[in-house]
Design a protein. Structure first.
Length: 95
């Protein structure tokens, strides 16, 4: 499985289970974005992105820098909510 495919799987399953292993409501893309945006500046930087994916299943095999570059389509060094949403849908094969 490629790193990007693995990330798509991790992103889509991140947050589906409580610490007790019971299934819970999947957070919306907006909720995930706000949680990842720890600085509250409305964008996700490389550090925030790395923190986000390090919490998902399969994080040990993911290359955060490669994924970040793939999702940062305008190359400005930060992810907007739209870039994150579009990128994750693309990585999950929903586009």
């Amino acid at each position: 499985m490629s790193t990007i495919s693995a990330y798509g799987s991790s992103y889509s399953s991140y947050g589906n289970y409580s610490s007790q292993g019971t299934q819970r409501k999947k957070p919306s893309e907006e909720e995930m974005f706000k949680k990842a945006d720890s600085s509250g500046d409305g964008t996700i930087d490389q550090t925030e992105f790395s923190d986000l994916i390090s919490k998902g299943p399969g994080a040990d095999s993911l290359n955060a820098e490669e994924l970040y570059s793939a999702v940062d389509t305008d190359g400005d060094g930060s992810l907007s909510q739209e870039e994150m949403s579009t990128g994750m849908k693309s990585l999950r094969g929903e586009m």
